[in-house]
Ligand binder design. Structure first.
Ligand SMILES: [Zn+2]
Ligand SMILES: [Zn+2]
Length: 242
C-alpha cells in the first residue's frame, strides 16, 4: 500500500486546529476554522424544511420537494447547505482521502443527533458498490457512520449491500433516480421490526438513495427511518443539477 505521508503527518502529528481547514491560514482560535471562514459557513438554522431539513426561504413543515415524495423517510437533517465552501470540503473528504475531516463533521453531527434523533436504535450507512469501493478505497458514508457510532455509543449495523452498479445519477431527476435504483440494494438479515434507524450519508441530493433504502427498511417493519447528512442540496440548487 502506498503511504500518503502528508495525510499521516496531518492525522498524527499536527493538531487539526492549527490551521483553518478551509482557507489553510494559520489559526489561533482553537477551532477547526478561522473566524472569517466560520462566519461564512452555510450552517442550516431555522430557515429549513421541518421534514427534509433542506434550506428554504423561511421555516416550513414541508417544502415543495417533500410534499409528494420522501414518504418513507420520517425526518432528515443536515449540518450545512451544500454551498461554498462546504461543497469543496466534502469533495476533498470524498475523493481526496482527506478523512481527517470526519472529526469535524462528527462533532457537528452529535449536536443534531441529540436534538433530533436521540431515540435511535441503531446507525447504518449507504452501501457502496464494489466498483466504487475499488476506485475510492473507502465508503465515505460508512466512515461517517462509524465515527458517529463510536462517539455516541450507539451500534452500527450493516443493513444492505449494493448489488447493482448504477450509472452516475447527477443528470437525473428524483423519479428517474428512483427508477434507476430499483433492485440496486439487497437487505442483510437484520431485525428491522419496530426499530428506529439512523441512516448516515455525506450529501442529501434528491434523496432518492436514502428514500429507496428507507422503503426497504419499512417493508421489513422498521418504525422510523431518520437521515443525517453533512450537507443537503436545496431544492433550487438541485433543479440546476438536472
Ligand atoms: Zn479560514
Ligand atoms: Zn422538505
Amino acid at each position: 500500500m502506498k503511504i500518503n505521508f502528508k495525510k499521516v503527518l496531518r492525522d498524527n502529528l499536527f493538531n487539526l486546529k492549527w490551521r483553518c481547514n478551509i482557507c489553510d491560514e494559520e489559526n489561533f482560535n482553537g477551532d477547526y476554522f478561522c473566524d472569517e471562514c466560520k462566519n461564512k459557513l452555510p450552517i442550516l438554522k431555522e430557515n429549513k424544511c421541518g421534514h427534509c431539513g433542506r434550506l428554504t426561504a423561511y421555516s416550513v413543515d414541508f417544502c415543495d420537494s417533500c410534499i409528494e415524495k420522501n414518504v418513507f423517510i420520517d425526518n432528515a437533517r443536515s449540518i450545512f447547505a451544500y454551498e461554498e465552501p462546504i461543497d469543496n470540503l466534502i469533495k476533498a473528504f470524498k475523493y481526496k482521502e482527506r478523512l481527517y475531516l470526519t472529526d469535524i463533521f462528527c462533532d457537528l453531527f452529535i449536536e443534531i443527533y441529540l436534538t433530533n434523533f436521540s431515540d435511535t436504535d441503531f446507525i447504518t450507512y449507504v452501501p457502496a458498490s464494489e466498483k466504487s469501493l475499488k476506485e475510492r478505497g473507502y465508503n465515505q458514508s460508512l466512515v461517517l457512520a462509524k465515527a458517529l457510532s463510536e462517539r455516541i455509543g450507539i451500534s452500527i449495523v450493516k443493513t444492505a449491500i449494493k448489488t447493482k452498479e448504477t450509472p452516475r445519477q447527477a443528470t437525473l431527476n428524483f423519479n428517474e433516480r428512483l427508477e434507476n435504483l430499483k433492485g440496486a440494494f439487497e437487505l442483510e438479515k437484520v431485525d428491522f421490526k419496530g426499530k428506529n434507524i439512523l441512516l448516515v450519508d455525506d450529501v442529501l441530493t434528491t434523496g432518492s438513495t436514502v428514500e429507496t433504502l428507507a422503503k426497504l427498511f419499512k417493508k421489513k417493519g422498521a418504525n422510523k427511518v431518520y437521515v443525517l447528512t453533512v450537507a443537503s442540496v436545496s431544492k433550487i440548487k438541485f433543479k440546476d443539477l438536472k
